[in-house]
Design a protein around this ligand. Structure first.
Ligand code: AMP
Length: 360
């Protein structure tokens, strides 16, 4: 079976690393000459709207999937005429736009911060009056890793904020005084079978994921599964979906969903019986899903900008390096490590060892 992937970054690369043993071949459509997934499959170097090359991809593969959600809607609609695409155009339409996403949470009874649609500075002024400060303003589309957003703390921050974010459609969200951030990675097959990985605790630094640690018997696991299950059913979803939540007042508030394999699920490569990458491929290919049970305690640390000395990372016990083969650039995700242990105390000590390498 040949899988077409829109996007050829590290997520596509790790998908191919998981799918190759299943006998799958890969083609990646990505305009970047140095797309790092090309080491693992064919690279169709073209823009996401290039219909000739999209047609070429569709002709070559059995199905198409995505490694990022900001794919133009026309690209998905065009491909869908010729080849099955998973997740669906509708799932991507909702997930790529924060207004549609939050409106869906509300319709499904999933708690989320107060929010308002912002099309102008006047909309923003009215929304601030209704929601109050502090609040977070975010572009409706194309924001990621804390980009395309601004925290509004005092009245002066509101002045000119619409122009500051590019005078594009935005939402305003109430600021959530969260005690923690968790995410749930789930997978749903073509037949509707659904499995959930354990909740992970996430630490973000400047809006970018830095550390994920798995939980054991988290008291909010069942609630999170209920919320995520509602979204998966509503979207008749096929593939892996990640759902990010704020922990607040002993409950959960929905932040956002990612209709794809997710950075907070990278630990599953070594930390779960079947990784998010393999399970995504199993789901889209119509294969039986693999076990989402974890094996021991695991954590994932991102390498931003550069990867520490390989010999030093691999010297740490049960520490598994993933080097994406990307050029080093400040702030760029260029690798990660999965750290494992049978017990939490040892895990924390090993995390500290890797963090010391990151700090150099
Ligand atoms: P996002 O791109 O929406 O995932 O936001 C990036 C990070 O900003 C989140 O992981 C939070 O740490 C923080 N953040 C986003 N929205 C809010 C909010 N409404 N209240 C408080 N913090 C937020």
């Amino acid at each position: 079976m040949k899988i077409g992937v829109i996007g050829g970054g590290q997520l596509g690369r790790m998908m191919a690393l998981a799918g190759t043993p299943l006998g799958m071949d890969f083609a990646f459509l990505d305009p970047a000459p140095d797309a790092c997934a090309q080491a693992l499959g064919e690279h169709i170097r073209a823009d996401y709207g290039d219909q000739d090359h999209l047609r070429q991809l569709a002709d070559e593969v059995d199905l198409v999937t995505f490694e990022f959600e900001s794919v133009p809607a026309e690209t998905v609609a065009f491909l869908s005429q010729f080849v099955p695409v998973y997740p669906s155009a509708e799932a991507l339409r909702i997930a790529r736009d924060r207004w549609f996403e939050k409106s869906m949470f509300k319709d499904l009874g999933i708690p989320t911060p107060d929010f308002a649609d912002i099309q102008s500075q006047a909309d923003l002024d009215a929304a601030v009056a209704a929601i109050g400060l502090p609040a977070v303003m975010k572009t409706r589309t194309l924001g990621y890793d804390g980009k395309g957003q601004k925290v509004l703390r005092k009245a002066e921050d509101v002045v000119g904020a619409f122009a500051e974010l590019g005078s594009v459609p935005c939402i305003l969200e109430g600021f959530v005084p969260f005690t923690g951030e968790v995410s749930l990675v789930a997978v749903r097959g073509r037949d509707g079978e659904t499995r959930f990985y354990p909740l992970v605790h996430n630490r973000h630094d400047s809006g970018v994921l830095a550390l994920s640690i798995t939980s054991t018997d988290h008291p909010l696991q069942a609630l999170a599964e209920d919320y995520v299950g509602r979204v998966l059913s509503k979207l008749d979803y096929v593939g892996v979906l990640a759902f990010e939540f704020f922990e607040v007042d002993g409950g959960l508030k929905a932040n956002e969903i990612a209709p794809r394999v997710h950075n907070s699920g990278h630990w599953t490569i070594e930390g779960a019986e079947c990784s998010q990458f393999e399970n995504h491929l199993r789901a889209v290919a119509g294969l039986p899903l693999g076990s989402t049970a974890k094996v021991g305690e695991s954590a994932m640390l991102n390498f931003l900008g550069s990867v520490p000395e390989v010999s030093q990372v691999t010297a740490i016990a049960d520490c598994h390096l993933h080097h994406y083969g990307k050029a080093f650039k400040a702030g760029r995700k260029v690798g990660h490590a999965t750290i494992r242990s049978k017990d939490m105390a040892t895990l924390k000590a090993r995390i500290a060892e890797v963090e010391a390498l990151i700090k150099g």
